[in-house]
Design a protein around this ligand. Structure first.
Ligand code: MLT
Length: 417
């Protein structure tokens, strides 16, 4: 008899985005002529830029030659050409030295942020911000690191740090000790961004408490203020306490192409049962080489091209386009009386629902009355109740039209109430 992993039965409902997809599909079936505007899942909409397409095509042609053919990729995932481009452009350019052996190239930060918990002990206590990218929580539930969920959807055994208007949606470290803490900046879903001082406080706390920070920087390309840190390693001491994830998905239109990377510094260790300290880099290398066979050569060449002068220019223009969308959403919704957050250094707008309408009610009403898809804040955690998220990934025209439709759908009371 194949017994199932009982921990899966603790998971609340389905994963957020399939549930949204189900509701949208049901709406569309009932209203086949409705012209929907999708600002729900954060999926890029602009086509791959010409320089990246060219790199993909050239790499594909290379694979069709005896000299250029390649089979399995490197054990740590990344070919040296990409790993070196990452070290130079993402790190050295910001004064951070990262070694080749510390970079693990993968097919997505979703996978990496979900899988990283495998190298930690079952008894590890974890902390997350609330609202939170659901992958951090669900993968720990699946692994059996929590008890059941309560009415609000919070699992026993997890320390939730409420991200609220009062703390600018960037909660500081807790008073209690935990073994792992997940941070995401720029933040999905609230669109907030961590300042240098904020990250310094987290790093100091983590070092004092012997906690590992899992820092998800998948949206770093959307930071507009050059003074804000892009990497946790810009903070002194972070190499001893932090793992970092970055992605090409949103910065270069790779949500379908798939390429990302995780940095595990050599100094970073975890405690073994016999009291010795074990480098986490070795454990992640073991995990990566056992369960993963690298990202296609073609995709890695396209990722490398993101760092070329033309690639930087083209992808930079795409990011700027989305950020202008974010500004339109911010300004348009705020002008209609809604309370708006985020969207200045992230492609997400976090909005308080008017008149205390619940997140899912707002979602349903906006879909029904305005034919606009957003993401209910409650889907990201109990503290997301009363908020919704709008993604800036769409055309300018649709974003502007969506602002009008949100206004129209909730006309008699845009005011946050
Ligand atoms: C989101 O909408 O939150 C993201 O697209 C999810 C993801 O990147 O996996």
């Amino acid at each position: 008899m194949a017994r199932i992993n009982e921990h899966y039965r603790k998971l609340r409902a389905g994963y957020l985005f399939p549930e949204i997809g189900r509701r949208v599909a049901a709406f569309q079936a009932a209203h086949p002529d409705a012209d929907l505007i999708r600002l729900g899942i954060g999926d890029v909409t602009l086509p791959l830029s010409p320089t990246l397409v060219d790199a993909l095509q050239r790499a594909a042609a290379e694979l069709g030659t005896p000299e250029g053919f390649r089979g399995y990729g490197p054990a740590r995932g990344g070919y040296d050409f990409l790993v070196d481009a990452i070290r130079t452009h993402d790190y050295e350019a910001r004064g951070v030295a990262i070694e080749r052996q510390e970079i693990f190239v993968s097919d997505g930060s979703k996978q990496d942020s979900g899988n990283i918990q495998e190298i930690f002990g079952q008894e590890c206590a974890i902390a997350v911000t609330d609202p939170v990218y659901p992958v951090y929580v669900d993968t720990n539930v699946m692994a059996g690191r929590t008890g059941p969920a309560d009415e609000s959807g919070r699992y026993t055994g997890i320390v939730y740090l409420a991200a609220t208007e009062e703390n600018d949606f960037s909660p500081g470290p807790p008073d209690t000790s935990v073994d792992l803490a997940y941070l995401c900046s720029p933040n999905n879903p609230t669109g907030s961004v961590a300042s240098r001082e904020h990250l310094e406080a987290w790093v100091a706390w983590a070092r004092e408490r012997d906690t590992v920070l899992i820092f998800d920087a998948a949206y770093d390309a959307f930071i507009r203020d050059p003074a804000l840190p892009h990497s946790i390693y810009e903070i002194e001491g972070a190499r001893e306490c932090a793992i970092e994830m970055r992605s090409f998905s949103k910065r270069a239109g790779f949500t379908g192409v798939r390429c990302a990377y995780t940095v595990v510094p050599r100094e970073l260790t975890g405690a073994a049962a016999d009291g010795s300290r074990i480098p986490l880099n070795d454990l992640w290398a073991r995990r990566h080489s056992t369960k993963f066979n690298s990202v296609p050569y073609t995709v890695q060449r396209a990722a490398e091209a993101v760092f070329s002068p033309e690639g930087k220019k083209e992808t930079g223009e795409q990011v700027a386009y989305y950020m202008t969308n974010a500004a339109r959403l911010r300004e348009g919704l705020a002008a209609s009386g809604f309370r708006i957050f985020g969207g200045e250094h992230a492609p997400y707008i976090w909005m308080r629902t008017p008149r205390s309408i619940s997140s899912w009610d707002f979602f349903d009403r906006l879909l029904d009355r305005g034919h606009v898809v957003c993401t209910p804040g409650a889907g990201f955690g109990a503290a997301g109740e009363g908020y919704v998220r709008f993604s800036a990934f769409n055309t300018r025209e649709k974003v502007e039209e969506a602002v009008e439709r949100v206004r129209g759908a909730f006309e008699s009371g845009g005011a946050a109430g």
